[in-house]
Design a binder for this molecule. Structure first.
Ligand code: ATP
Ligand code: MG
Length: 235
């Protein structure tokens, strides 16, 4: 008889610490964090500048390593994965919206959005273009396909970054201040889009300074000096 297993948490961080060495100086940036993220969570991370939010996001997204502690991703110990495996997992499971957009200026909007599909080895141009168009429509810039990203406003660039993050249908959307560069109306559209994706089952981890954004989350975690201060669960 098959036993019914409880769903495995997507992410489990246990007692993680992160320090950066600069010459002889060492700064202890994340201090003994415990965090479990389940599928379907919309986690919002808040805290002052320098409190360690981006550092935590980088660790969750396999872009940086922990100094001590344990990180389990879908039950797998991340410290046992090699760089190739980490890149594969990153491309398969994560969609990133960075604080800086990290768009490639020499590519147009469509090409930027198609990049994660290219990394995945997709070579059907028509399918790639249709998907790019779909996600650019979703974020409201479907008419900008052939524009250079350097010719777009900050808010439009952020929307290209969001379309790029969504294109591979990631399990997890990691968004570091996705609305920071947007006017409040566009910011609201983006948040409504993220909320809809969350309701459809996507897990979202988002960093923000904006208290108004907390209404969209199911969990709000506040950080101070590299530690969690408190957590509020709203759903
Ligand atoms: N690569 C690095 N090398 C050394 N120190 C670093 C590095 N990355 C981050 N830090 C330090 O870690 C601390 C936390 O930085 P982090 O970028 O995580 O803050 P943050 O909460 O995202 O801030 P902000 O709201 O301004 O984006 C800062 O003091 C920063 O100087
Ligand atoms: Mg940051």
């Amino acid at each position: 008889m098959k036993s019914v297993q409880a769903p495995q948490p997507l992410i489990v961080l246990k007692e993680i610490n992160k320090s950066f060495k600069q010459g002889k100086q060492e700064s202890h940036v994340l201090k003994g964090l415990d965090l479990t993220i389940n599928e379907g969570d919309f986690v919002m991370i808040m805290g002052k500048s320098g409190s360690g939010k981006t550092t935590l996001m980088n660790i969750i997204g396999f872009l940086d390593r922990i100094s001590t502690g344990t990180y389990l991703f879908r039950g797998e110990d991340v410290s046992l994965l090699n760089e190739n495996q980490k890149s594969e997992y990153r491309n398969a499971f994560f969609g990133f919206v960075f604080q800086q957009f990290f768009l490639i200026d020499s590519l147009n909007v469509q090409q930027n959005v198609e990049l994660p599909m290219v990394y995945k080895g997709m070579n059907n141009s028509k399918e790639k273009k249709e998907k790019a168009q779909h996600f650019l429509d979703l974020v409201g810039i479907g008419d900008k396909l052939k524009m250079k990203t350097s010719e777009l406003s900050g808010g439009q660039q952020q929307r290209v970054a969001i379309a790029r993050a969504l294109i591979n249908d990631p399990l997890l959307i990691m968004a570091d201040e996705p609305t920071g560069a947007l006017d409040s109306e566009t910011g609201k559209t983006i948040m409504e889009t993220l909320k809809k994706l969350n309701q459809e089952g996507k897990t979202i981890v988002m960093v923000t300074h904006d208290e108004d954004m907390t209404a969209y989350a199911t969990r709000v975690i506040r950080m101070k000096d590299g530690a969690f201060e408190e957590e509020v669960t709203t759903v």
